[in-house]
Design a protein. Structure first.
Length: 576
């Protein structure tokens, strides 16, 4: 907003369009240098003058229209009039429409997120997919798109053959009901251990999956049972993370929709035999062939993703499809999108894989095979226990400490994930993530709660002052401070105000890069800027000429922090 005003003044002096000026404008490296810097290098050629000369001329031009500008080598530094702008900016920040962008023009974005595999633990990769997907869901909704979330459950495939075969041999209904994921995992591990010496197990598993695909009654019944007990456990997790889905459509949903796709591939001459299996060759695209039908006649992961994409396009009317899935599936998605394109679907262009890096918890990796698994449930519980301990030390009288600890502990995990560039591998330390200091979720939450108590104190001081003054004197005072007295804007409040006004740029950047970390980092910056302001300038007990401005700035800060946390799927407790 500020930069736009500067650009409007600069455009006629430079002969450039406002947009061009806007792109060139920089924020000076040090706050003392001013609020904006215009580099004159690019003009040197067209104006046939040295950049330093141009900078001096432009600075004079800006001074003539009343701006505080000075040349600094090849740059023009511009300083905005804080007192003039503070009121205007605060007003704008208070508007309902502030920060609502219209980038999407109503387009529907179907977001494939979470998508865990049934009868297996909810892994860390699925946690990342869930929280990144949920944040993107809100971010897109915020910017003029219509988001549609889909949980593409891994509820189909050879693994269910294994699950059934293991269950038939060693299964125990009671244990499965009580602890479905742990028990399923034990079956899974035992299956793999025993299969090493007993090849008949693999055969049995393959048979069961074929029966399942062909609609065998017993296979279907057992499968439905596994899905049901697993979903109960997953849903508990989603509730804790406060994540909802518009659709939960697992891979099994496409069982009766793959036939059409396979026929179509055949009809278009794309299917080729290869060692008994059917594949689509992707040599031209420099990729290995995409497997469609296995030697035993069953379908596979890519086959189901082809049917899924067609469904999302034709039935869900997707204008954009995002797949929030770990980076290790990069080739899979490139293959699927390439096959769609080969099928003649120009809309394959709207499909985008949103990969993310690996995450380890305290150095531990995930390995389902060997049963060494970090259970998300346990991670959340431990984070909440740590949060409770800190809260009890800091604020022993907090009445709802258990509830707040849940919000802080879970929030710490979610924020601790989202603050990383999503492509980075993350070594997650629980202790760091739950800390109330540093670049953490709890730090942002704590700052938000502190702001609430500052605002409560300001209101209290005001009430007491009102009681002490006679009504007449008071109304004269109020009128004076509203109309005539200047708003004195200190360095730290000015920095905070500018950062709040910058919010739309950050939101746009987050969307364009599909990167929730932009918002997480922004929230940290705002919290830090507030804390600097809080330590340098008085708020609740400030003098009457500056208090209304500082209190309003504090209110806008609280709103922005709470909203940023909301976008990330993190709660903002009123008190901590
Ligand atoms: N269930 C899969 C896995 O855990 C992820 C599914 C992602 N979505 C998709 N449409 N392929 O690896």
């Amino acid at each position: 907003m500020l930069m736009k005003q500067a650009a409007a003044h600069l455009a006629p002096l430079t002969g450039l369009e406002q947009d061009e000026v806007l792109k060139l404008l920089e924020v000076p490296p040090q706050a003392e240098m001013g609020d904006a810097a215009f580099p004159c290098f690019t003009l040197a050629k067209s104006l046939k003058k040295a950049p330093t000369v141009i900078a001096a001329e432009i600075a004079t031009g800006l001074q003539r229209v009343g701006l505080d500008a000075s040349p600094a080598g090849p740059y023009v530094n511009i300083r905005f009039n804080r007192e003039d702008l503070a009121k205007e900016l605060l007003q704008e920040l208070g508007h309902k429409a502030f920060g609502k962008l219209q980038l999407g023009a109503g387009a529907r974005v179907v977001i494939d997120m979470s998508s865990p595999n049934i009868a297996k633990p909810f892994g860390i990769g699925h946690l990342r997919s869930t929280v990144i997907g949920a944040a993107l869901y809100r971010l897109y909704n915020e910017t003029g798109y219509t988001s549609v979330s889909v949980n593409h459950l891994g509820d189909w495939g050879t693994q269910f053959g294994k699950q059934i075969a293991a269950y038939k041999r060693w299964g125990n209904d009671e244990a499965l009901q009580a602890e479905p994921i742990r028990t399923s995992l034990e079956l899974y591990v035992r299956f793999h251990d025993d299969a090493e010496n007993d090849p008949s197990l693999e055969m049995e598993a393959r048979d069961w999956f074929r029966k399942l695909e062909q609609g065998d009654e017993e296979a279907q019944r057992l499968w439905a049972f596994f899905v049901e007990v697993s979903m109960k456990e997953f849903n508990r997790m989603y509730e804790r993370l406060n994540v909802q889905f518009d659709h939960t459509l697992g891979e099994s949903f496409y069982n009766d929709k793959m036939g059409t796709v396979v026929e179509e591939l055949k009809g278009k001459g794309l299917l080729e035999e290869s060692e008994g299996a059917l594949v689509v060759r992707l040599e031209d695209e420099n990729m290995p062939p995409c497997l469609i039908i296995k030697t035993d006649g069953t379908t596979i992961y890519p086959t189901r993703d082809l049917a899924t994409a067609v469904y999302r396009h034709d039935v869900m009317k997707a204008d954009k499809m995002l797949y929030v899935v770990g980076g290790e599936q990069k080739l899979h998605f490139r293959q699927v999108f390439a096959v769609l394109s080969r099928m003649g679907y120009a809309w394959s262009e709207i499909c985008e894989h949103i990969p993310f890096g690996l995450m380890r918890f305290e150095g531990r990796k995930m390995s389902t095979r060997r049963g060494k698994v970090v259970f998300l449930q346990e991670v959340l519980d431990e984070a909440v226990a740590r949060a409770l301990q800190i809260i009890q030390e800091k604020n022993p009288n907090l009445p709802n400490s258990q509830e707040v600890a849940e919000a802080v502990g879970v929030g710490a995990i979610v924020f601790g994930d989202l603050r990383n560039n999503r492509l980075n591998d993350v070594d997650f330390s629980l202790e760091d993530a739950v800390s109330f200091e540093g670049e953490t979720g709890p730090y942002v939450q704590y700052t938000h709660a502190r702001i609430n108590s500052v605002l409560a104190k300001a209101a209290e001081v005001e009430r007491m002052e009102n009681e002490n003054h006679s009504e007449q004197a008071n109304s004269i005072n109020a009128a004076a401070s509203a109309e005539n007295k200047p708003v004195i804007v200190g360095d730290t409040s000015w920095a905070l105000l500018k950062l709040l006004a910058d919010y739309p740029q950050h939101l746009e950047k987050a969307i364009l890069r599909n990167e929730p970390s932009v918002i997480a980092k922004y929230a940290i910056d705002v919290a830090q800027a507030f804390n600097r302001f809080y330590h340098a300038e008085r708020i609740a007990d400030a003098s009457t000429d500056v208090k209304p401005f500082r209190v309003a700035l504090t209110e806008r800060t609280a709103e922005r922090l709470a909203y940023s946390l909301y976008l990330l799927g993190v709660q903002a407790p009123e008190r901590m």
